[in-house]
Design a protein around this ligand. Structure first.
Ligand code: GAL
Length: 375
């Protein structure tokens, strides 16, 4: 009798635990937990590193590098992963938006380096346009190209179009007030950075860490680390967002900035970037400008408090304006784990405005209620 009772108890306990697990999986997230495992709708940690977001038809789409386990995961073995969400906390796996190619001679051959994909929508062509940083298979970080893919549907499939170094043969655009000594002179390059610029002038500028920004007037800009990462270029794209026009500004020349992320608030352009220490974190830096083509002003580190000297362990990848909320921007960063690339974590933190200045503080958990509703 006693044994029977224990058996009954054990069965009840097992059923109880199983249903608790089920409920746990079904429970919707209602907050962000920076740096923690972030399960998708299938309970699998989101796999969209170096990512960016697109807001379309009341839905957010998150595109990022799909990484595999181990060190091999730092190369593109699968492609660009896409997720969708209505609330930014809960993400549905939408599959691989851009697949790497099985053909080893293709620019995006499996095993290439395909980083920091960003997708924007082009109203004119009605296409979704994806730009990314591409390095050809087996060539390290040498070729430093911009890659392009487009799709008719937001989640893909995206078709690879081309890869190249932007703005071949074009000299920079200079905002009013730029002194002659600040202008690059390829007869006598004044600095190391100017030297790299002139070296790459015929074939196009190097394009590594990058982002894409669409302005209020519908014009799009590709922002990338150029000149062996010594300078950031902010380059105008054509009306279809599929070519560089040849108009570009050089920002923070000679100072080595990576991971640029641009946003606009109250008519001011903001850019957050990082230093250049590979996968290891370093202090973030921010800039502001009244015109996207500059002049840009350097302001130092936007992060404050404990961990701010290493961006809380992360590196910027995107700044998201939150729909329907006032002064609401989310700083998105990657906490890289190069030895086991798939385990990389996401640090999403709210940006705080202090007048026209910005600040980023660490929060263990937080929700969109930190922002005010519009109106
Ligand atoms: C980082 C860069 C990453 C990746 C990495 C490789 O500095 O931001 O996107 O390129 O270097 O070491």
């Amino acid at each position: 009798m006693k044994a029977y009772k224990y058996l009954l108890l054990a069965i009840c306990f097992t059923i109880g635990t199983a249903s608790a697990q089920k409920t746990e999986k079904a429970v919707q997230a209602q907050s962000f937990s920076p740096g923690q495992i972030w399960p998708d709708n299938n309970g699998i940690h989101i796999n969209a590193h170096g990512g960016g977001l697109l807001y379309a038809k009341s839905t957010y789409y998150w595109f990022g590098e799909h990484k595999i386990a181990g060190g091999a995961g730092n190369r593109a073995m699968v492609g660009v992963h896409c997720y969708s969400s209505k609330d930014l906390y809960n993400w549905k796996d939408e599959g691989i938006a851009l697949k790497v190619s099985a053909d080893s001679t293709n620019d995006i051959a499996k095993g290439c380096i395909l980083e920091r994909p960003k997708v924007v929508y082009n109203k004119k062509s009605k296409k979704y346009v994806m730009w990314f940083h591409l390095e050809l298979r087996g060539q390290g970080y040498k070729v430093a190209r911009a890659g392009l893919a487009t799709a008719d549907n937001v989640t893909g499939p995206y078709t690879f179009i081309k890869s190249y170094r932007p703005n071949a043969g074009f000299m920079p655009f200079y905002p009013e007030g730029t002194s002659e000594t600040e202008k690059v002179n390829c007869d006598h390059p004044a600095t190391k950075s100017d030297g790299f610029f002139c070296r790459d002038l015929p074939g196009g500028q190097m394009a590594r860490d990058m982002n894409v920004f669409v302005d209020d007037d519908g014009k799009a800009y590709h922002i990338f680390s150029a000149e062996e990462n010594f300078t950031l270029d902010i380059a105008e794209l054509n009306d279809e967002f599929t070519e560089h026009t040849g108009k570009f500004a050089r920002v923070y020349v000679g100072h080595q900035t990576e991971a640029p992320a641009i946003f606009k608030h109250n008519g001011i352009y903001y850019m957050i970037g990082s230093g250049t220490t590979g996968w290891a974190p370093n202090p973030a830096r921010w800039f502001s400008a009244k015109s996207i083509m500059g002049p840009w002003t350097y302001h130092g580190n936007p992060c404050v408090g404990k961990g701010s000297e290493i961006t809380f362990g992360g590196q910027s990848t995107y700044v998201l304006p939150v729909a329907g909320k006032k002064d609401a921007f989310i700083f998105m960063a990657d906490k890289w784990t190069p030895k086991d690339a798939i385990d990389g974590r996401y640090l999403w933190l709210p940006i705080t405005f202090k007048g026209d200045d910005i600040e980023i503080n660490w929060l263990d958990t937080w929700g969109l209620d930190v922002f005010k509703k519009i109106g």
